[in-house]
Design a protein around this ligand. Structure first.
Ligand SMILES: [Zn+2]
Length: 205
């Protein structure tokens, strides 16, 4: 399954943000620690069940308040490690411990596709363990591919899974195009130092 999810910006425009990793998609069910309550999507156990169902299919068993609390604990740990790696800092060992503890749980078994081989419905704890294992795999590579959008006014963090490790923008349509327009205007008018930052190598996402 691919990564990414739809966001709605302040102007009400929907846009697709591919964080590049399941664990970061999960982190972006909240505000990533930027104190912006409008970003919170997991207000209730039902919200969590909906998000997990979108990713993993119908769940076996209900999602209760305890599972939601566990999920938010996992999410906070993912956020802490993500934000540390985005600035090349060492992650908080306590957050790493939380990730490892979740990742040690039983995750979703891989399954073959096809009309006959229907995967078993996952439990929420197994789905969360799967998210945690994705975090361990993603973060195991260190900070090189955990990057903040290159736009000055954008704090979105993504995992660059492009082969050339050349992704610069949260979204080509959002920040990438704005940068292109700025560069174009600058090139057409008075040259400034910013003409040297023309985005030529970013991939369309
Ligand atoms: Zn951006």
């Amino acid at each position: 399954m691919g990564t990414g999810q739809w966001f709605t910006d302040r102007a009400g425009t929907r846009w697709f943000f591919d964080s590049g990793a399941l664990c970061l998609d999960f982190a972006y069910t909240g505000d990533l620690g930027y104190a912006n309550p409008a970003w919170e999507r997991l207000h209730s156990p039902d919200d969590l069940a909906d998000w997990l169902t979108q990713r993993f299919g119908p769940l076996a068993g209900p999602v209760d308040a305890a599972v939601l609390a566990a999920a938010l604990n996992l999410r906070a740990a993912i956020v802490a490690v993500t934000r540390a790696l985005a600035v090349d800092a060492a992650p908080d060992p306590a957050a790493v411990d939380v990730l490892n503890a979740f990742a040690a749980g039983a995750d979703l078994a891989p399954h073959l596709g096809g009309g006959i081989l229907v995967p078993p419905a996952p439990s929420a704890p197994r789905a969360l363990a799967t998210v945690a294992r994705d975090a361990v795999r993603t973060f195991a590579a260190g900070s090189a591919r955990i990057r903040t959008c290159a736009a000055d006014d954008c704090a979105l963090i993504f995992h660059d899974d492009s082969r050339a490790s050349s992704r610069r923008w949260c979204s080509m349509r959002r920040c990438g195009n704005r940068a292109k327009v700025r560069t174009h205007r600058t090139a057409a008018g008075t040259p400034t130092a910013s003409t040297t930052t023309a985005p030529t190598k970013e991939r369309h996402r």
